[in-house]
Design a protein around this ligand. Structure first.
Ligand SMILES: [Zn+2]
Ligand SMILES: [Zn+2]
Length: 305
């Protein structure tokens, strides 16, 4: 069995949220209050991602003064530009933007804007796909994306449209090697804080290290359950986690392997039923029904043992 990254990597897990709003766009709290809320709850890093639109005067909130040894702020925004099949504008999370990132140009569409943000150094996420019925055809044009939101807590609470797994899996099936993250998308107008986050492995809590780990996919997503280890061999996956009622390995289409029970903390699953899937991802069902999600695992990336 070979332990996979990020579990095999040195450093410690840092808790972070990549998608949140303040009153610089349509959120309820000031940036200071948003940062204090996350910091006081034990988060290690946060990106405030206000809506980067003319109506809000193109906010790119400068949170650098809140940076400390204990807490990292990443500069970000939710980018918007025309258009998808079902929506006038795209919703694109960009984390790690430079402060002088220019407003969207009149002829710049979503994919072009995302490319410019990525070229400027940002990590690019496809935000809440279910919330605006984003199709796989549309998502395939967003070629600058690093990741798909697998769970958006605000969209879950306010619209019952928080899930992104359908789009992630569709993109994987098309061969796009994307990672996936859970987030709050908190606006603080309802209890949309603390419902989904990432645990990112890094050996320093500072912006550049975190940004590189994001781009390298060195994290997993959770609503609460902890993943301690994922190890893999040609014929099996072993998962070590906080007490769970189920462990699932999902693959292409209907292909899967799973084990359900009580108080599961170490589960080994045969991969026979997933032989035809080029990718796998691990999902933990906690005893309270909350989930954790690994990043996709590509079989052809695994070192031959
Ligand atoms: Zn949005
Ligand atoms: Zn948002």
């Amino acid at each position: 069995m070979a332990t996979l990254a990020p579990f095999s990597l040195p450093g410690r897990f840092l808790r972070g949220n990549l998608h949140t709003h303040s009153d610089r766009s349509d959120g309820k709290l000031s940036p200071e209050q948003v940062i204090a809320t996350y910091r006081d709850a034990g988060y290690d890093f946060l990106a405030i991602t206000d809506h980067f639109l003319a109506v809000f005067e193109w906010p790119l909130v400068d949170t650098r003064s809140f940076q400390s040894e204990r807490f990292t702020t990443l500069l970000g925004a939710e980018l918007h530009a025309p258009r998808t099949e079902m929506s006038d504008i795209w919703h694109i999370v960009a984390v790690g933007l430079p402060l002088d990132f220019a407003p969207a140009g009149p002829d710049e569409d979503g994919p072009a804007l995302a490319r410019r943000a990525r070229a400027a150094g940002a990590f690019i996420g496809i935000a809440h796909p279910a919330w605006y019925s984003l199709s796989i055809t549309d998502a395939e044009t967003l070629d600058a994306a690093h990741a798909v939101e697998i769970y958006n807590h605000g969209c879950h609470l306010m619209h019952d449209k928080g899930e992104g797994g359908y789009l992630l899996d569709g993109m994987l099936d098309k061969g796009h090697r994307l990672s996936t993250y859970a987030c709050d998308d908190a606006h603080f107008k309802c209890p949309d804080f603390g419902g989904g986050w990432i645990e990112l492995k890094a050996n320093a809590n500072e912006p550049e290290t975190i940004l590189n780990a994001l781009k390298d996919g060195h994290f997993y997503s959770t609503q609460g359950p902890r993943i301690d280890e994922i190890a893999i061999a040609a014929d099996a996956v072993e998962v070590v986690c906080s007490a769970a009622k189920g462990v699932l390995v999902a693959g292409q289409g209907y292909l899967s392997a799973y084990h359900f029970g009580t108080g599961l903390t170490r589960v080994s699953l045969p991969l026979e039923s997933l032989a035809e899937s080029p990718w796998l991802r691990v999902v933990i069902f906690g005893e309270d029904g909350k989930r954790a999600w690994s990043n996709p695992i590509w079989k052809d990336n695994l070192v031959k043992a």
